[in-house]
Design a protein around this ligand. Sequence first.
Ligand code: GLC
Ligand code: MG
Length: 689
Amino acid sequence: MSYRNDSDSVELGECTRNPGYKDADGDGPAARDNISASDSEEKRDSIGVKRLSDARDEYTQIKPYAGMPKELLVLYSSKARYRVPREILFWLTVCCTLVLVAVTIAVIALSPKCLSWWQASPVYQIYPRSFKDSDGDGVGDLKGIREKLDHFEYLNIKSIWISPFYRSPMKDFGYDVEDFRDIDPLFGTMKDFEDLLAAMHSKGLKLIMDFIPNHTSDLHRWFNLSRTRDPHYEDYYVWTDCKPDGPKPNNWVSIFGNSSWTYDEVRGQCYLHQFLKEQPDLNFRNPDVIKEMIDIIHFWLEKGVDGFRMDAVKHMLEAPHMRDEPQVDPNKPPELVTTEWDLHSDYTTSQVGLHDILREFRAQMDIYSQEPGRYRFMVTESYDYEEVYKTMMYYGTRLEKEGDFPFNFYLLDLPQNTSGVWAKHLVHLWMGNMPKGKWPNWVVGNHDRTRISSSAGRLYVRAINMLLLTLPGTATTYYGEEIGMENINVTASQIQDPAGKYNTSASRDPQRSPLQWNADTNAGFNEKTNLTWLPLHPDYETVNVEAQMKDDGSVLAQYRFLNTLRQSELPLNRGWFCYVHADANVFSYIRELDGLKRAFLIVVNFGKESAVTDLSSVRELPDELKVLISTTIANDGKVFPKSRIQTEVGEGLVIQYSTNTLFNPNHPEECYISEKACYLETIDILYKC
Ligand code: GLC
Ligand code: MG
């Protein structure tokens, strides 16, 4: 192709040349290129060159006009002034696209995973009977919860777990489900539930439901069909032969005490119940039962619930051979074996196959987790005590997902020995056994356990909340812990809990008293009548939400501050956690993030004496440490030399400091992180590192 330098006239390229054109002498354009200067005049007269100049003359005179024929347009577009910018533009676009693709791939590859909603906020447990009673019957309800959603906005809490509100005869206050697809009238209607969920979602709150796979109520339709031997339902529960007054099928005992077998007159056999006799265990060896439970999971996920807390999962399968379990004390007379502590529950808990069922539940939940921002969360409940490795199995494996986390109940043992070393030991039980890359969590109370403020003592309440909100992972807060509510005293005649009716000391009523909203009648729990299903704690006139909202030094104000701090500070919400110190009184740790100069030192005195802690050997810490928040408000802003950090009994300090030398690189064995991320200060981003 030949080009002219004259940019004003149109060039002739291959595409415009007459295909029949040939040089007169038959040499064609190549020969023309060889024309010497001396014979150029002569050659210019040749037909071919004439045509060339004719065309040039013809076309260079034409100004572009609308409706130009294609050939002319092509001639114009081949001009350097059009062609060169066009080519530059073309290559620029190609380059930019490639750069964009490369940057996108790099960003995707380098970005650490964002924290999901269940990681970013504490989980707040509502015991619905006790949260807020809207209709004045003395029992809390769904409308009551809806009335109080502002409480969560105030606290900056996004995840709410509500204990069961299914239709139930309330033998175990809702953990005995009569219909998994219905709401108990005591709590409201399905419409109330839908309204509550919609109101929660519009405020950005997530609703976690309780899901109770192990058992149903004995009033459940399935149990009736099973005891009457309906062919489809015959094996929905765990049945075995026994005589009405004869010996029990084996020595298995219920969690609430005594044999876990009850004779059923209708069917003429015994059925298994690992909890109350009104809570027959489902038979998860029957695939139809698994299918039923999956359908129920779908039912609620389709309604839009954001997750499930799976109840009592370790009890879901039993050994089919039904042999006696080994006694803890082999010499104990068998008739005295009546509690779970008397037996090694080798055949009634944590059986092979259990995790397959839970992983199937998880897989079903994942189907509903695809939409952006709609991740469905799953947490399992299993008390495995000294067998922490059993609990860790609920995290699933690298290849198969299970729960997002199993509840970590080990901090419930804190009151057994309030000391810094003990606190570290309990924290380390989890951190040291959790599979790599998983997300930790911390529980200090629930509807089954004595309130921590009563078991540890009021003195430690703030320090415990500080621990919860500054450790890595998700904190669970049982309603009332945010204001430091304590157990109530319940006299024998006031007992409501069936477990307490078996054994007064096992009653769970004391930790289930109504939430103390204000100093009015019934603490604002029930504003309509004088009824409350359990007595209020007498301290409600001073220990209540309203009063504590007005007091900057209150348990509530500190909870709110720490929770907000945690969510806004990268080192606290996803950074390294490093042990720094533990002694008879003090437990201390660092939260930091690679690339970020701002880090936090937490010093908590769980002991029985005031303490002066010397951290001068920790060279990564600056010499002077300024308290950002103390559980004793008067100490906010105090400055300590790092060799003399003072704390009173039950006092906790969050110290914010600036450093160029992080602690974790020098002490890898003292530090943990779920997913490493680094901060790039210059462009304010996080990246995988
Ligand atoms: C769980 C619940 C408890 C209930 C039991 C039986 O442990 O937390 O309250 O009694 O399961 O469903
Ligand atoms: Mg009510």
